[in-house]
Design a protein around this ligand. Structure first.
Ligand SMILES: Cc1ncc(COP(=O)(O)O)c(C=O)c1O
Length: 545
């Protein structure tokens, strides 16, 4: 099996890992007796080089040693983070636990390579395999969203979602070109042009002129009519259809009509929902958009990275019947590099390639359906307890709880839930006066669903959240309205501390029952941080990778 490590499944990795540990023990024994050890291990059909093992001779230099030996201080923190991830309920809607395969890409030799430029046109040598990996990632990205290479191309190099979006504007617009995106407090993203009365916050509002559109403060739904009206006045060159906190499907057809009316590009940022789009369970932006961007680490469950898809071919038919072609491919590619970025992160691009392969599997589609089923169950459960959900429900992977009727602020809710090991984020709700004191919390199900939670498990999560929020009211009654006093009560009131600790223990006991890809090993010996991944790193170095 030499050189064929890629065929090992998770169990295989574990078996080989155990084999490596056993062999390491016997090598130590041999070394102690002064016997030569730098030979291949032969065990059944598995032949592994000893380069990866911790021998006295070969591992003298720090660059060959394990992190727990070279930097125990950092390693301790990593272990604590692992424990936090395992023992808590991750409900931040933009987070997920990526797959073991992606973790293996991220910790591979691909990280070492510089490859500025695109496949076939690099500024450095030695990129023959990197080229193949990037081409594979591009091809699979199109396939995962059922796109024809005649009509669409893509760039898989953006380091993440924000650089991807900035590259889109840089490619499509002149400095100070006009954009319209959903306002941040209404569920848009910073990179859709956020600014306040006092400050241009996002670089997308510093270097471009942005005008927000809003949701209806009563229904919480995007006010398309108002967007159309204001677009007529502002005449944007790019209209952005994309959300960070909005629990309903977008009307891409309507966006297209408004864009057409203003001869604007329709740019859809599907970062949050790209997994659902790939699985075909919510409407796709591709039919109506000129450009689509996504992160790959949210519902798509891949590496922390970004992808930009751009149209090719005919954009429109001119007055005399002539074909007007899209000319955005090179503009966007050049905006990514050399405009904004340097060397691509090849380990992440490999992660994108394997994520897109996973996205085409029935298992992935089932996962996406379960995310939505869990979000709907979460929503129904909270509604049963009387909580107000913005837009009265969800079509996707998240929901927004409006806590104004409960007399709790988003910050207080976020804090108490964090104290009981439930991670979520405070969020503005439609009609909020201040973005700095938001009245809601955003809850998402992608990460919990990856850990295997089903609807009946979500019912338990609902109970935990409800108990946490009831406790929040109790704390508030003691502390009064100020967050600082509220935190003080949480830190000092013995009765409250006891209740919080009890609830946290219940949440943690529940949470550890569900595994996390790549972090399954729960034996708490020193090296258990990313055991499977460590073995994979060792295997990769074994195979000369
Ligand atoms: C809609 C949307 N676009 C872009 C981004 C930015 O992604 P990143 O954090 O990877 O820069 C986010 C992040 O949450 C997002 O929600």
């Amino acid at each position: 099996m030499v050189g064929n490590w890629s065929n090992l499944n998770r169990r295989g990795f574990r078996m080989v890992g155990n084999l490596l540990s056993r062999q390491a023990q016997s090598i130590k024994g041999m070394e102690a007796q002064g016997q030569a050890t730098d030979r291949l291990i032969v065990h059944g059909e598995v032949h592994l080089s000893l380069n990866c093992l911790h021998t006295k001779n070969k591992m003298a230099s720090i660059i060959h040693q394990n992190i727990w030996d070279t930097d125990p201080e950092l390693f301790e923190l990593m272990k604590k983070e692992k424990h936090r991830q395992e023992s808590g309920l991750e409900m931040i809607a933009s987070e997920n636990f990526t797959s073991l395969s992606v973790l293996q890409c991220l910790s591979s030799c691909l990280h070492n390579k510089y490859s500025e430029g695109l496949p076939g046109q690099r500024y450095y040598g030695g990129n023959e395999y990197i080229d193949e990996i990037e081409i594979l990632a591009q091809k699979r990205a199109l396939e995962a969203f059922r796109l024809s290479p005649e009509e669409w191309g893509c760039n898989v190099q953006p380091y993440s979602g924000s650089p991807a979006n900035f590259a889109v504007y840089t490619g499509l617009l002149e400095p100070h070109g006009r954009i319209m995106g959903l306002d941040l407090p209404d569920g848009g993203h910073l990179t859709h042009g956020f600014f306040t009365a006092n400050k241009k916050i996002s670089a997308t509002s510093i270097f471009f002129e942005s005008m927000p559109y809003k949701v209806n403060p009563i229904t919480g739904l995007i006010d398309y009519d108002k967007l159309a009206e204001e677009a007529r006045l502002f005449k944007p060159k790019v209209i952005i259809a994309g959300i960070s906190c909005y629990s309903r499907c977008l009307d891409y057809k309507r966006f297209r009509e408004i864009a057409d009316e203003n001869n604007a590009y329709l740019f859809s940022d599907m970062a949050h929902v790209s997994g659902l789009v790939s699985a075909g369970i919510i409407p796709s932006p591709f039919e109506y958009s000129d450009v689509v961007s996504t992160t790959t680490h949210k519902t798509l469950r891949g590496p922390r990275a970004g992808v930009i898809f751009f149209r090719k071919g005919v954009r429109s038919i001119g007055k005399n019947g002539e074909k007007i072609l899209y000319d955005i491919e090179s503009k966007i590619n050049q905006a990514v590099f050399p405009g904004l970025q340097g060397g691509p992160h090849n380990h992440a691009i490999a992660g994108i390639a394997t994520t897109m392969k996973q996205a085409m599997l029935p298992e992935f589609i089932a996962y996406q359906k379960q995310i939505v089923a869990n979000a709907k169950r979460l929503c129904a459960g909270l509604q049963k307890y009387g909580y107000k959900i913005s837009t009265d429900g969800t079509d996707v992977h998240m929901l927004l709880v409006d806590l104004r009727p409960n007399g709790i602020t988003g910050s207080k809710a976020e804090k108490i839930l964090e104290d009981i090991s439930i991670a979520c984020n405070k969020n503005t709700v439609p009609g909020d006066k201040s973005a700095f004191n938001p009245s809601g919390i955003r809850l998402g199900t992608p990460a919990l669903t990856t850990r295997g939670l089903k609807e009946e498990d979500i019912d338990k999560v609902v109970d935990f959240i409800h108990k946490g929020l009831l406790l929040s009211k109790e704390v508030s009654a003691i502390s009064g309205p100020k967050l600082i006093d509220y935190k003080k009560v949480l830190d000092t009131d013995a009765g409250i501390k006891k209740k919080v600790a009890e609830l946290r223990q219940q949440v943690q006991e529940f949470s550890v029952k569900f595994s996390i890809p790549g972090l399954e090993n729960r034996s708490h010996h020193t090296h258990d941080i990313i055991v499977t991944n460590r073995q994979s790193i060792e295997l990769l170095s074994c195979m000369g990778c």
